[in-house]
Write a protein that binds this ligand. Structure first.
Ligand SMILES: NC(=O)c1ccc[n+]([C@@H]2O[C@H](COP(=O)([O-])OP(=O)(O)OC[C@H]3O[C@@H](n4cnc5c(N)ncnc54)[C@H](OP(=O)(O)O)[C@@H]3O)[C@@H](O)[C@H]2O)c1
Length: 330
């Protein structure tokens, strides 16, 4: 239930929240954090089997991003909607796969925004820092114009639409621009951890480009803050305190794993395996600041630097039981 404080920011006791992508890397952490904060959660899942992955007490809604009739009512019944669903892209990233991903996100975001607009309820939208594009060593804030790298293009288009709906229709939207999220699962596991464990990780190019990362639990805490106390229309970069170069990130990971230093691979060669859109994005430089999230919402990352969070993540992923859970959730 929402109430408005003297600061004009809505504060919550227990809010009903509908989460999409609840079995994903980010969404599952968001669901856990919302439940821990005392909120009532309904979650979109693709099948009864996937529903078994939800924490106790979370109400499953079986549906599909591409079929709005499967989640319209659940979104309408909630005080707030958190959108983290995304079509899974396997293997080499191609323009065609990205177009499929973008099309599904277009359908779902349009529907969720329409429902939230009709209801006067909050939509928390997940974007990513690839939306800012390659900014060299400049510090990126939420006021930096969007000029996306290929992997950020779909989100950047939605952000533009949602800003427009905020300005013209008063949509209560909060946009989170996530840095690269690390934790026991997700893209971090597939692209970095698994390769490093097998001794196959390579740094693409020289690795002098900046990355801005965030631990998955710190990201989840930002969603809770966004649901509970962000002003309508606000946008936040969700990144830890210390952007590091891609080379430094790769080195942190191999060190945490007790492996030798990973070699470099030329961009063109990496593009053959990973796809040009992925390589163009992974080699872009995004050095992102989090001061708005800190000052406006009082968010503090429990893992201010990658070096604070990575060793425990690696230890967790090495446990055999954790590996099984990750397989189930992937
Ligand atoms: N991970 C990062 O580093 C990062 C960084 C910046 C931004 N983001 C953004 O954060 C969001 C979540 O990313 P993620 O890494 O958590 O992705 P993810 O692990 O791949 O999770 C995707 C979620 O969407 C669900 N989904 C896939 N296709 C669906 C469909 N047709 N209908 C309904 N649900 C469907 C998946 O369900 P199943 O579990 O059943 O497959 C899963 O719950 C994305 O918008 C992503 O761009 C992520």
């Amino acid at each position: 239930m929402k109430s408005s404080g003297s600061d004009g920011i809505s504060h919550s006791t227990s809010t009903s929240v509908f989460v999409t992508g609840a079995t994903g890397f980010v969404g599952a952490a968001v669901v856990r954090a919302l439940v821990a904060a005392g909120h009532r959660v309904a979650a979109l899942v693709r099948s009864p089997e996937r529903a078994r992955l939800l924490p106790a007490g979370v109400h499953p809604v079986i549906g599909d991003m591409l079929r709005p009739e499967t989640y319209r009512d659940a979104a309408a019944a909630a005080d707030a909607v958190v959108h983290t669903a995304q079509v899974r892209v396997q293997g080499r990233v191609t323009k065609r796969k990205l177009a499929r991903l973008a099309a599904a996100n277009d359908v779902m975001t349009a529907e969720l925004a329409r429902v939230c607009g009709d209801n006067g309820s909050r939509l928390v939208y997940t974007s990513g820092c690839f939306g800012y594009g390659d900014r060299g060593t400049d510090l990126i804030t939420e006021d930096t114009p969007l000029d996306p790298s290929p992997l950020g293009a779909a989100h950047a288009r939605q952000v533009a639409r949602l800003r427009d709906m905020r300005a013209n229709e008063g949509l209560d939207v909060v946009i989170l621009h996530l840095g690269f999220v690390y934790g026991a699962g997700g893209t971090f596991k597939n692209v970095f951890y698994d390769q490093a464990r097998r001794g196959r990780l390579r740094c693409i190019g020289a690795g002098a480009n900046y990355w801005s990362l965030v631990h998955v639990d710190d990201a989840a805490a930002a969603y809770v803050a966004a649901v509970e106390r962000a002003p309508a229309g606000a946008e936040y970069n969700v990144v830890d305190d210390e952007p590091i170069t891609l080379r430094a990130f790769v080195d942190e990971l191999t060190t945490a794993l007790g492996k030798g230093r990973a070699g470099n691979v030329p961009r063109a060669l990496a593009a053959l395996a990973a796809g040009p859109p992925a390589v163009a994005s992974l080699t872009s430089s995004y050095r992102v600041g989090n001061s708005r999230l800190r000052t406006q919402l009082g968010w503090r990352p429990r893992h201010p630097r990658v070096s604070d969070g990575l060793p425990a993540v690696v230890a967790e992923m090495r446990r055999p039981a954790a590996r099984q859970e990750n397989v189930k959730a992937a």
